[in-house]
Design a protein around this ligand. Structure first.
Ligand SMILES: CC(C)(COP(=O)(O)OP(=O)(O)OC[C@H]1O[C@@H](n2cnc3c(N)ncnc32)[C@H](O)[C@@H]1OP(=O)(O)O)[C@@H](O)C(=O)NCCC(=O)NCCS
Length: 153
C-alpha cells in the first residue's frame, strides 16, 4: 500500500481537490470559488489532505471549527475510489478528532445521506449517533441524517 501523510490543504492543492470533489460527489459539490477560498482565506475551518510521496492526493476532510469552540462540523469527507477500503478516511477522521480535542471542542456534527449506510457505519465507529432526520437536505432531494459525537475534552 502507498504510504500517505496528512497535512493542511494549501492553495496549490485546488486542482487535485476539485478532481476529488467531482469524482466523489455527483451533487452538492464545493465550487471552484469556494475551494479557492477554503484553502487560502477561511479562518474557521480545518482542511486536511492525504498526500503520497509523489505529492498525489488521495482524499480530504473539511471541518468547520468556529471560534467559540463548542460545536465543530464535518462539512465533507472524500477518498478517491481507487484508495477506498484501506482505512484512509478513518486515518483522516482520527487526525481531525485529535485536533478538535486538543482545541477543546465539545461536539462534532455532520450530515450524511439517509441511504448511505456504509458511511453512517464508518461514523458510528467514531461514536457518532443519529440526532435528527433533515428532509430534502441535498440538492437532489435526498434526506440526510444529522449525526453527532460528544468529544473527549
Ligand atoms: C465514505 C468514504 C470517505 C470512506 O472512505 P474509506 O477510506 O474507504 O473508508 P475506510 O476505509 O476508513 O472505512 C472504514 C470502515 O467503513 C467501511 N466503509 C466505509 N465506506 C465504505 C464504502 N463506501 N464501501 C464499503 N465499506 C465502507 C470500511 O469497510 C471500513 O470498515 P472496517 O473498519 O470494518 O474495515 C469513501 O467511500 C468516499 O469518499 N465516498 C464518496 C464520498 C462520500 O460519500 N463521502 C461521505 C460524505 S458524508
Amino acid at each position: 500500500m502507498e504510504s500517505f501523510h496528512i497535512r493542511q490543504a494549501m492553495p496549490c492543492d485546488v486542482k487535485q481537490l476539485l478532481n476529488i470533489e467531482y469524482t466523489c460527489f455527483s451533487s452538492d459539490r464545493i465550487s471552484v470559488q469556494q475551494m479557492q477560498y477554503l484553502v487560502s482565506k477561511a479562518k474557521s475551518s480545518i482542511f486536511l489532505v492525504l498526500e503520497d510521496t509523489r505529492k498525489n492526493l488521495a482524499g480530504y476532510v473539511l471541518a468547520f471549527a468556529p471560534k467559540n469552540k463548542v460545536t465543530a462540523r464535518i462539512y465533507s469527507l472524500a477518498i478517491l475510489p481507487q484508495f477506498r477500503g484501506q482505512h484512509l478516511a478513518s486515518y483522516l477522521l482520527q487526525h481531525l478528532f485529535e485536533m478538535l480535542n486538543q482545541k477543546g471542542y465539545q461536539y462534532c456534527h455532520l450530515e450524511v445521506r439517509e441511504s448511505d449506510e456504509k458511511t453512517q457505519k464508518l461514523y458510528q465507529k467514531f461514536g457518532f449517533v443519529q440526532m435528527k432526520k433533515l428532509l430534502n437536505y441535498y440538492e437532489d432531494g435526498e434526506h440526510a441524517w444529522r449525526m453527532r459525537v460528544v468529544l473527549k475534552s
